[in-house]
Ligand binder design. Structure first.
Ligand SMILES: Cc1cc2nc3c(=O)[nH]c(=O)nc-3n(C[C@H](O)[C@H](O)[C@H](O)COP(=O)(O)OP(=O)(O)OC[C@H]3O[C@@H](n4cnc5c(N)ncnc54)[C@H](O)[C@@H]3O)c2cc1C
Length: 320
């Protein structure tokens, strides 16, 4: 028998949807590879009533709650979804579903600076709203090069009076900078330099070569190509966020000009029966936002199924 809904991805978005659908007495399966985006972080911040909880604990609690309402969990990768829907798992098994909800998240592509990948989620960070409070008033670095680095440095100034933007050549795009002006050797426009100076954010007069860690593994600072060390307690970077939306586009969902699959406010895509929630369609979503989007999608999905159940019942009723 087909599941009412197969949810793909058991992060905050998928689990929240599964819980709501399980409580709506739907037959639900959640397929997941167990690689949530925030897994490298020891703590999850900013989730009302759960501030500081380890990310895995939130997910374990969510799984237990959903399982308590009859939701099934399948540890597997979904390779493809065929219209109708057949959800094809790696290894050859398949699940039939009336509807699918894709909550597969995104992939963070990090700058190639040596040391960044090793310290990612610990003292190499990206989101001041997630981690800024924990490093408040400490010496902070912002890795330059990628678009938006100056804005990130200005934002971080809210958390610390000691912020240094450190240029990083390999990531520097060609062409004009974000505010339209010509960029200097460090990739900054005159306007950006002025705004940074006005807020007391320094710009290092050199290029980042690698991160330096202490014997206990913690970050010591950023080594420049000329050998100098800029001591920093944490460095913020701007990952390229790549939505894991291949299952959606494979079903015919279209991306907008920003490269994101379009949905309505409930997460309904342009393909009937296909919903999406969380980072896969909204890279800015925090854990709490992803959970909210999953819940909203589940409610809309259940209404859609109620409409179909009613139409089928009416047909049978009239035939009888
Ligand atoms: C280092 C770091 C720290 C962060 N800290 C915070 C924080 O403190 N507070 C905060 O609010 N936000 C934080 N975030 C953001 C947070 O990670 C996201 O908001 C959240 O993970 C989005 O949830 P999601 O359900 O959309 O995706 P995810 O949590 O990434 O879940 C997606 C799930 O889908 C699964 N999956 C993917 N593809 C498939 C497939 N083909 N088949 C089966 N399963 C699949 C994955 O294994 C994963 O379990 C942080 C992010 C990072 C990178």
């Amino acid at each position: 028998m087909a599941h009412d809904v197969v949810v793909i991805g058991a992060g905050a978005a998928g689990l929240s949807a599964a819980l709501v659908l399980g409580r709506a007495r739907r037959r639900v399966a959640v397929v997941d590879t167990g690689e949530p985006r925030n897994a490298p972080a020891a703590h999850m911040q900013g989730f009302l009533s759960r501030d500081g909880m380890p990310p895995a604990e939130l997910l374990a609690a969510g799984r237990a709650e959903a399982a308590g309402c009859g939701v099934e969990f399948v540890p597997a990768r979904v390779d493809r979804v065929d219209p109708g829907f057949t959800v094809r798992l790696s290894g050859g098994a398949a699940l039939r579903a009336r509807r699918v909800l894709v909550a597969t998240g995104l992939r963070d592509e990090l700058p190639a600076l040596p040391g960044v990948a090793e310290r990612w989620g610990r003292d190499v960070l990206h989101c001041p709203y997630c981690h800024g409070y924990e490093v408040r008033d400490q010496p902070l670095g912002v890795l330059g090069g990628r678009p938006g680095a100056a804005e990130q440095a200005l934002l971080l100034r809210q958390w610390s009076g000691d912020v240094v933007l450190i240029p990083y050549a390999p990531d520097r795009p060609g062409g004009p900078a974000r505010d339209g002006g010509p960029a200097d050797g460090a990739g900054l426009t005159g306007g950006e330099r002025e705004r940074l100076a006005a807020r007391g954010v320094r710009v290092a007069d050199g290029e980042a070569a690698r991160l330096v860690t202490a014997p206990d593994g913690r970050l010591r600072g950023v080594r420049l190509t000329d050998g100098r060390l800029i001591p920093r307690a944490a460095v913020f970077v701007r990952p390229r966020m790549v939505p894991l939306d291949g299952l959606l586009t494979g079903l015919g969902c279209v991306r907008d000009g920003n490269g994101l699959v379009t949905t309505d406010a409930s997460g309904r895509t342009g393909v009937p029966g296909v919903w999406a929630a969380g980072n896969v369609v909204n890279p800015r979503a925090q854990v709490i936002t992803a959970a909210g989007a999953g819940s909203a999608a589940a409610i809309a999905l259940n209404h859609d199924l109620v409409d179909e159940d009613t139409a089928l019942a009416l047909e049978a009723h009239r035939a009888a």
